[in-house]
Design a protein around this ligand. Structure first.
Ligand SMILES: Nc1ncnc2c1ncn2[C@@H]1O[C@H](COP(=O)(O)OP(=O)(O)OP(=O)(O)O)[C@@H](O)[C@H]1O
Ligand SMILES: [Mg+2]
Length: 238
């Protein structure tokens, strides 16, 4: 049996903010149909890694391959068009949704990146609740509904690689578990390669295939999810 080559392969990635090095030779890969969890302490560089993969920040060196293609020289838009999408971390700047646009307009915007007429069916099938809110401004949605919209927007890109930065932030346990199950299904049924940053590790363990642990901008361990069931592991490794 041949082992499938990774769809996303990041190697020796280096980046800094000003003089502060944040990524120090990061390497990881995600195969088609794989859900990989990326963990690490606050400030270890998880969000920076996802941003670098999409080209949202400049890097100092390294390689980001999508299949046979090197993404580093490409713009963010070109990376999106090739099927790399990001659900950004919620923060003071919101959840990556445009608050004054309607649900439909938010989806349309990301759909345009995919190149042709937006297929809203992708979003409505994933989150039927959103269809009834299509004309509502995103700012009028609850936190959880905005999070659904953020995931739906990324899926409008028709991604092959989906990057998610703490997507359950602000969600109750039920919807969080539903989201994890959804990611699993997208990987299994559509062959999506998923790279998931999630602090709430216990939510993920039944749904991820593999784990990369980041410390100070480099991957210090690659383990099976069951390894994380031992709480002592975190203090030992991270
Ligand atoms: N825009 C920025 N300008 C300067 N420094 C930044 C910027 N964004 C992040 N940093 C710094 O880079 C380091 C890594 O930040 P990053 O957001 O990647 O961490 P993280 O692992 O995602 O943390 P968290 O778990 O808190 O989300 C931190 O020391 C942070 O303070
Ligand atoms: Mg972060």
């Amino acid at each position: 049996m041949t082992v499938a080559a990774p769809l996303l392969a990041v190697s020796n990635l280096r980046a800094r903010y000003g003089s502060l090095p944040v990524l120090r030779g990061l390497g990881l890969s995600v195969a088609t149909g794989e859900v990989r969890l990326l963990i690490g302490r606050n400030g270890s560089g998880k969000s920076t890694a996802l941003k670098a993969i999409l080209g949202l920040i400049a890097i100092d060196g390294g390689s980001i391959r999508l299949g046979e293609e090197e993404l580093v020289p490409l713009t963010t838009r070109a990376r999106l068009a090739r099927g790399v999408a990001l659900v950004p971390q919620a923060g003071s700047g919101g959840r990556g949704v445009f608050p004054h646009l309607t649900v439909r307009e938010n989806l349309e915007l990301m759909g345009a990146v995919a190149g042709d007429t937006p297929d809203f069916g992708i979003a409505w099938r994933l989150f039927p609740m959103l269809e009834g809110m299509a004309r509502r401004r995103a700012t009028m949605l609850s936190g959880g509904q905005q999070q659904m919209l953020a995931v739906a927007m990324a899926m409008m890109v028709r991604p092959r690689v989906l990057l998610l930065d703490e997507p359950t932030c602000g969600l109750a346990r039920g919807p969080s578990l539903e989201l994890m199950a959804l990611l699993r299904r997208l990987a299994d049924e559509q062959g999506l390669a998923v790279l998931l940053v999630e602090q709430n590790v216990s939510l993920t363990l039944d749904h991820v295939d593999s784990v990369s642990a980041l410390r100070a901008g480099a991957v210090v361990a690659e383990v099976a999810p069951d390894t994380l069931r031992d709480p002592a592991w975190f203090t030992r490794v991270l």
